[in-house]
Design a protein around this ligand. Structure first.
Ligand SMILES: *Cc1c(COP(=O)(O)O)cnc(C)c1O
Length: 338
């Protein structure tokens, strides 16, 4: 039984249809040690070539339209998938999109940048990776838009607000329904985390399902970005805020052990390739025709493979890899292993 309050609460909140849902839950090749792999294909959410941000944007844009916004403003790394999908959302909704991307303006746009421009977004580059500078540039763009009399909806990096994360509480129910239909009780769900919204939402959905009496799999986030501060604290706070946003904080409790972030696969830093991720990318590509990226999903899948090889799961276990997307970054310089 799933927590009945979660479904009703989600249905009562604004949403605009942008994603192709439910995404498939597909059987993958067996893992080292013999556990069965399942892949939750959020790379197939549609919306400008797919990825996890489509779910969050349904909720973020739903709120923005409710509040009368007439332009969307957001910020991300040079190859931000979130910014690319926000650009696509603006195109679908007929809203102009302003992006602030960190780093220098590239001589030639690549990967996600090409798509964001194609979707009609306007991009300002900050010239540096410095977070404070990017906040200042966002402030400048906001002031310009407001000076033009626009109603601006600002989405934070990764779209990780409580409303955005609530889409992943809903996604947890979607996965639970698919597992029930297949007769699966997975041992674990593994995914990449950078701004924590995906993780927080899944935590909230999992806690709600548990409160409703369901057996729930372990949830393991593989951390891929320390740039935004203490991800553990932020994710725990956002999971609690997501439950509060849904009006469930009185009925659904988060437990201290619910937050699991595995930092062993980030390597030297955000978007810095690792040998383990490159090997995991080849494993998934050459055994399943799956496309993983070097920034997010490659590192998360490296974690999943390592835990399988260490014997954490074995024959008879089912393990779900939540594929969060990221393929356009393969077409940026250095996007694929040599
Ligand atoms: C943004 C992103 C993530 C991480 O999601 P968060 O909710 O920001 O933690 C994972 N994978 C891909 C491909 C992404 O674009």
């Amino acid at each position: 039984m799933l927590s009945p309050g979660l479904r009703a609460s989600l249905d009562a909140r604004p949403r605009c249809p942008l994603a192709t849902l439910p995404t498939p839950l597909q059987r993958g090749p067996d893992l080292p040690g013999g556990a069965r792999l399942w892949v939750k294909r959020d790379d197939l959410t549609g919306l400008g070539l797919g990825g996890n941000k489509a779910r969050k944007l349904e909720r973020l844009c739903g709120e923005a339209l409710d509040q009368g916004a007439d332009v969307l403003l957001t910020v991300g790394a040079g190859q931000s998938n979130h910014c690319r999908q926000t650009a696509a959302a603006g195109a679908v909704l007929g809203l102009p999109v302003e992006l602030v991307l960190t780093g220098p303006e590239p001589a030639e746009p690549a990967g996600n940048q090409i798509l964001s421009a194609l979707f009609g977004a306007r991009t300002t580059y900050t010239g540096t990776e410095d977070i404070e500078t990017s906040a200042a540039v966002v402030g400048d763009v906001l002031a310009r838009l407001q000076g033009e009399g626009r109603e601006v909806a600002i989405f934070p990096p990764g779209g990780s607000t409580a409303a955005g994360a609530s889409a992943f509480a809903e996604a947890w129910l979607e996965l639970a329904d698919q597992c029930a239909a297949l007769g699966l009780s997975p041992a674990a769900v593994v995914h990449a985390s950078s701004t924590g919204g995906t993780h927080a939402g899944l935590m909230a959905g999992r806690a709600a399902a548990r409160a409703g009496g369901a057996e729930v799999p372990a949830l393991i986030a593989v951390g891929v970005a320390k740039v935004f501060g203490d991800l553990g604290v932020q994710t725990a706070d956002l999971a609690a805020a997501t439950l509060a946003h849904l009006g469930l904080d009185g009925d659904v409790a988060l437990e201290p052990g619910d937050l699991v972030i595995d930092w062993d696969f980030e390597g030297p830093g955000y978007a810095v390739p690792t040998a383990e991720a490159d090997a995991a990318i080849r494993w998934a590509a050459q055994r399943a025709g799956l496309v993983l990226d070097r920034v997010y999903t490659g590192k998360a899948f490296a974690g999943l493979l390592a835990h399988a090889a260490d014997g954490r799961w074995g024959r008879g276990d089912d393990v779900v890899f939540w594929h969060t997307g990221g393929a356009p970054a393969l077409f940026a310089p250095g996007g694929v292993p040599a």
